[in-house]
Design a protein around this ligand. Structure first.
Ligand code: KDG
Length: 338
């Protein structure tokens, strides 16, 4: 009993010390309004994590740092927000690494088809040295990467037919992210790959401007794609990270205390978002079936045929990021598989 009392008191003292730490640095924290933009709606996994980040920042700064979140691409599409951060017109965002390749080509390494086979493997590589190395390349472009969050393994929906083998992509107008590897990959599958920003996707599906798209289960659910898509084919063809980025010119003007508060909040939101996303994804298939989608799991043999078909797209990745970085990532993936 005595030991429990001592450990409880120690934890309370540590906790108060931490808050005291920020409290002591209170002069180091200026009142600021921080605009944080993202593309999904506020009741998505992305929106819940953004809200948590804002709450953590307010708590740690005694309310002086106010993160105002803007959902549903209300501050613009990923690339528009990325440019707003670089110009200093916006402070923070979370978006896809795949939409960053026009600014930092090294981000294309995460577009490699079938790179990861398991979320925890992705965590280990993205949060490890090579993930940080790729993220640090953003600084020379005017962005600071804080953490990776989980968008998830991507699967295909469309309104025409189940995709059971890559030949079934033939003639499908498939929306892809504006990214050369995604365009190349799905062209090789036989689809008519149509690059569009995420903010235009639902309308494009609804008006049949495109027949299909590919995204994680969570996004298919939260963006209500089941309302305009009949078929969901489970391919897990690539793992998509999100990345929380900050305007470098704004970040460089923050005190060390303010930077530490933002980084710690981003990390806490990362860990919670990954858990939330995986929990929601595990239940999503049943939910989507209940919403009327016809779901098929592509067989292992046909997945292998897709991998072989997509193989040349890997050269597009290597051309973008260089053989050395590509090999480094492959080595880290191998290590994370053991
Ligand atoms: O902010 C939302 C987008 O960055 C993200 O969901 C990208 O997966 C994506 C898509 O399909 O555009």
């Amino acid at each position: 009993m005595k030991r429990l009392l001592i450990s409880t008191l120690a934890a309370a003292l540590l906790g108060s010390t931490l808050s005291l730490g920020y409290a002591q640095a209170a002069d180091d924290i200026r009142p600021r309004m921080i605009r944080f933009g993202y593309g999904l709606n506020e009741d998505s996994n992305q929106g819940r994590a953004a809200k948590l980040l804002a709450e953590e920042v307010a708590k740690a700064s005694g309310g002086k740092l106010k993160v105002r979140t803007f959902a549903s691409a209300s501050l613009g599409s990923d690339d528009q927000m990325q440019n707003a951060l670089i110009g200093g017109a916006q402070e923070m965002m979370v978006g896809s690494t795949a939409t960053l390749v026009g600014i930092s080509k090294e981000m294309a390494v995460w577009d490699t088809p079938f790179l990861f086979t398991d979320p925890r493997q992705a965590d280990q590589v993205l949060d490890g040295p090579v993930g940080r190395q790729v993220m640090d390349k953003l600084e020379e472009k005017g962005l600071v990467g804080l953490v990776y969050w989980e968008n998830g393994f991507r699967n295909v929906t469309n309104s025409a037919r189940p995709i059971e083998k890559y030949e079934d992509f033939n003639g499908i107008k498939l929306r892809v992210m504006p990214n050369p590897v995604f365009i190349d990959t799905f062209k090789r599958m036989g689809a008519n790959a149509v690059p569009l920003p995420f903010s235009e996707l639902f309308t494009a599906l609804e008006t049949k401007a495109v027949d299909g798209q590919e995204n994680p289960f969570n996004t298919i659910l939260s963006s209500k794609f089941y309302e305009v898509q009949k078929y969901l084919s489970v391919t897990n063809h690539v793992y998509s990270p999100w990345i929380v980025t900050v305007s470098k010119r704004w970040w460089d003007g923050l005190s060390a205390t303010e930077q530490d508060i933002l980084m710690k909040a981003a990390e806490k939101a990362r860990d919670a978002e990954r858990e939330d996303t995986r929990r929601e994804a595990s239940q999503a298939l049943a939910t989507l079936k209940g919403r009327g989608m016809q779901i098929n799991e592509v067989s292992a043999d046909e997945i292998q045929r897709m991998r072989e078909r997509a193989q040349p797209a890997i050269q597009t990745v290597i051309d973008a990021v260089g053989q050395e970085l590509f090999d480094q990532v492959q080595a880290e993936v191998e290590k994370a598989s053991q």
